[in-house]
Write a protein that binds this ligand. Structure first.
Ligand code: HEM
Length: 365
């Protein structure tokens, strides 16, 4: 990325180069392969007023880099963001002069030729709240009061049924709380009770502070995973709720084969690897993948055994689960996750963060 290119990108964002502090300018360099718009650099500058916002920005870039991982090579001018502990304000302070942090706004600049990528940018929670706020702690605390291991599966499913309507091409659907208007749809059968569980917590929280359904569901799904022994996941806050239902027929049907599932996830902006990682959520619930209340990698181990092919095992898994194990690309990930639970946890966490940021309209943007 040359200085000229930086200047061009800054100009596009209406900022002066001299106002930008290089220490906080992060550069994503795209690989030419796979990008319809050709090889070019994407410059993304995040300069935050407060250290906390800077920390949120670090997380945003982690999510962004994950979502573009097949196409983009992340390179950072300085410092190495990946080495900054999101909770370590001191570290964040040491790399961003406070005068700059306070006076400059967060901006996103892309080259015009990369405009087709803007739907991907919708993953960026540019105005999201940081993780360690009183608000986050309160939501987590109230969610934990109403959540139990038995309710965890339904709550995690709620996340997918809210966010899984996201369509990358027209930027519709996504994690916007619209599920509360969609509970009569056949694919959402059984989810009313999960909404009811969270309604209790939402009411308690709203006695103190407003909270959107989208944030409630995103946090609750993460808590459900952790409660059942899965990885801790901290989501960002600040999602706005939709005022109505999302378009119908966007969630994958359980009768889909592997190629249909892949296409459906591609339309949401998810790779095959992310499809396989997210499907590991089916380790919770009563589809026969180990303990219904343990979040572990038994989903993949059971898939490899194909118990549905033998007498008495026909009730195990959904047709869509069975389809994954018949696909060459999916089976590679199934093998990895069956062998290595830590890898599954890490990939699930990243895919989950991407899911709950899909199509989000962030408060204040
Ligand atoms: C790959 C495409 C997917 C299909 C076709 C699918 C479909 C289904 C179906 C039909 C059920 C059974 C519902 C019932 O028992 O009434 C189910 C359960 C469940 N799904 Fe999915 N799902 C998919 C992906 C996901 C994803 C990505 C997540 C979360 C990240 C998820 C989370 C869950 C959970 C936790 C359950 C168990 C719910 C319970 O037992 O209460 N699913 N899914």
């Amino acid at each position: 990325m040359t200085c000229g290119a930086v200047g061009l990108a800054c100009g596009a964002a209406g900022l002066h180069l001299t106002e930008l502090d290089c220490a906080t300018s992060l550069i994503l360099t795209s690989g030419a392969a796979g990008m319809a718009c050709g090889a070019a650099d994407i410059s993304i500058y995040y300069i935050k007023k407060e250290v906390k916002e800077f920390v949120a920005c670090v997380r945003a870039l982690e999510i962004m880099s994950s979502s573009l991982s097949n196409h983009l090579l992340l390179s950072l001018q300085r410092p190495s963001v990946s080495t900054i502990n999101p909770n370590d304000h001191a570290a964040a302070c040491s790399v961003v002069p406070s005068s700059k942090r306070r006076e400059l706004i967060c901006c996103l600049a892309t080259f015009p030729c990369l405009l087709p990528l803007t739907p991907i940018m919708s993953y960026l929670p540019a105005n999201a709240m940081p993780l360690d706020t009183k608000e986050y702690v309160l939501i987590k605390q109230e969610v934990r009061k109403v959540l139990s291991k038995a309710k965890a599966a339904g709550v995690l499913r709620l996340v997918f049924h809210d966010a899984g309507t996201f369509q990358l091409d027209d930027n519709t659907g996504g994690m916007n709380g619209s599920i509360i208007y969609e509970l009569e749809r056949p694919e959402n059968a059984g989810l009313k009770k999960s909404v009811k569980v969270l309604q209790k917590a939402k009411t308690e929280i709203e006695a103190i502070q407003p909270v959107s359904w989208a944030d409630m569901i995103a946090v609750a799904g993460a808590e459900a995973v952790e409660l059942c022994g899965g990885p801790p996941i901290q989501v960002l806050l600040g999602r706005l709720d939709s005022l109505g239902a999302d378009p119908e027929g966007k969630l994958p049907e359980e009768s889909l084969g592997a190629s249909g599932l892949k296409k459906c996830f591609q339309r949401m902006g998810f790779s095959t690897q992310e499809l396989v990682a997210l499907s590991g959520a089916h380790t919770l619930g009563s589809k026969g993948f180990g303990s219904p209340t343990s979040f572990d990698n038994s989903y993949y181990k059971v898939l490899l055994e194909k118990p549905w092919t033998s007498a008495g095992g026909s009730m195990i898994g959904l047709p869509s689960d069975h389809a994954l194990v018949e696909d060459d690309e999916c089976i590679r990930w199934i093998n990895k996750y069956a062998d290595n639970e830590n890898m599954f946890f890490e990939d699930f966490k990243n895919a989950y963060l991407k899911l709950v940021n899909s199509g989000v309209r962030w408060n204040g943007l």
